[in-house]
Write a protein that binds this ligand. Structure first.
Ligand code: FCB
Length: 446
């Protein structure tokens, strides 16, 4: 395997630049890597979504993905050999409970072996319970539009906690609540592909409730290190006009404030409630005390900034425009300064002295196994420096997670977008560590 070592193929930062106990980790998620046709997993709403014409590029789904279900020992070796301290993985609800209710022992056994495999290699297991594979049976019964799913999710949490809870380093109930709710029920961009504020308001509440109920179960079971992982974007108005500023503020409320405020303050932002109120599920106010749980840490997923302009029509009156910064293969602008600013803001507005963890950060790049991915090295270098800048101002940041360990199923965009430190050939399933993997390994050893 090629390891070209030149100035540009190295990170300028080193492990020794960070506080002593700072953790470096990498992340994946179940549906994106495992191969959901294996091991008795149930059909998920992503399988159903991908089967609908035009929803997912090339109609690709997670049936095989990276075949991690069979190749996990090799994948864990890659994490260990990079010198990483932790691995953020997720447990698929549909693998463990194919119909969302009854347990598939083979599914639980899989995660049991996986967690032991991490511990044997000195890797801390950071579990996320839900990274988007809703069992299709529950989706057909109304999914996140119903108050039933958060309660089922609490039952699922009991099953996972009973089996794995004694060995997990940390647990977060729901990955990126905004993606589960708004992106999937307002924008229709992710499964189940619903649209409109009426659907989104219900989903935005039920996903928050699922977090709260699940966190309560984890606490009751005595699980250590309970947290959350939310996505944040650095939001800018497209121009200084009052209308653009208003649209940007609402967009910020939806992405950055709705869940953080509910989790840490026990309330929802007033400006967003204005649009949601007619559509909120009955009795939503009573759920806020459940959503507002003490958390041991809070995870920030950060990729980009967004420029919002005002649009005519219906609430929340906003749309995105493209900016001039260099972009990744996703078309996302690269803006490391936004990470420093967001970390400072999250700490001052919501989390106070709760430890923060970057739970995802990375870029898609059109990589081949033979060409060094210098763009990724540069991206990680700049964002790790942005973390250091936040730490210097007193933000209690305790860890950083690179998305992703390996190229995988990028949801609506299928297998075309490569986020990995490790290249995956989806025909042969062969793994080739990229230049960024080697650069990270060297930086972690310094
Ligand atoms: C995040 C998701 C993750 C991956 C990255 C690129 O929103 O959590 O699964 O798709 O984006």
């Amino acid at each position: 395997m090629k390891d070209e070592h030149s100035a540009a193929s190295d990170l300028t930062i080193a492990r020794s630049d960070f506080p002593q106990d700072f953790l470096f980790s990498t992340a994946t998620s179940a549906y994106q890597i495992e191969g959901h046709s294996f091991g008795g997993a149930g059909r998920t709403h992503w399988d159903a979504f991908a089967a609908q014409p035009g929803k997912v590029d090339r109609g690709e789904d997670g049936a095989i993905a990276c075949d991690h279900f069979h190749r996990w020992p090799e994948d864990l070796d890659l994490i260990r050999d990079c010198g990483l301290d932790a691995y953020r993985f997720s447990t698929s609800w549909a693998r463990i409970m194919p119909d969302g209710v009854n347990v598939n022992p083979e599914g639980l056994d899989f995660y049991d072996k996986l967690v032991d495999g991490m511990l044997e290699r000195g890797i801390r297991p950071m579990a996320t319970l839900y990274h988007w594979e809703l069992p299709e049976t529950l989706s057909q019964q109304g999914g996140w539009l119903t108050g039933d799913v958060p309660r089922r999710f609490a039952d699922f949490t009991v099953v996972v906690a009973n089996r794995l809870g004694d060995r997990l380093y940390s647990v977060a109930p729901v990955n990126e609540p905004w993606c589960v709710s708004w992106l999937s029920h307002y924008a229709g961009y992710h499964a189940p592909g619903l649209t409109g504020v009426a659907n989104a308001a219900k989903a935005m509440h039920h996903v928050a409730l699922a977090h709260g109920l699940s966190a309560t179960v984890l606490r009751d079971k005595g699980i250590a290190n309970v947290g959350a992982a939310s996505n944040f974007e650095y939001v800018l108005p497209a121009t200084d006009s009052a209308a653009d500023q208003k649209a940007a503020q609402l967009y910020d409320g939806l992405v950055n404030r709705w869940f953080a405020q509910a989790m840490f303050k026990g309330s929802y932002p007033e400006d967003i409630l204005e649009g949601f109120l007619p559509h909120m599920p009955k009795g939503w106010q009573d759920d806020l005390s459940i959503i507002h749980q003490k958390l041991d840490w809070f995870g920030v997923n950060y990729y980009t900034c967004k420029r919002i302009h005002a649009t005519d029509g219906v609430w929340p009156y906003g749309g995105e425009v493209s900016g001039d910064l260099p972009k990744t293969d996703m078309g996302w602008e690269i803006y490391p300064e936004g990470l420093t600013a967001l970390l400072k803001r999250v700490a001052s507005d919501f989390t106070d002295d709760t430890p923060l963890f970057i739970t995802e950060n990375g870029l898609a790049n059109p990589d081949t196994p033979s060409r060094p991915d210098l763009e990724r090295i540069d991206f990680y270098d700049k964002h790790l420096k942005a973390c250091l800048a936040a730490i210097e101002t007193g933000v209690p940041l305790v860890g950083y997670t690179a998305w992703s360990l390996m190229d995988n199923y990028e949801w609506t965009l299928g297998y075309d977008k490569r986020f990995g430190l490790v290249h995956v050939d989806f025909e042969t399933q062969s793994r080739t560590p990229k230049a960024s993997y080697h650069a990270l390994a060297r930086a972690l050893a310094r």
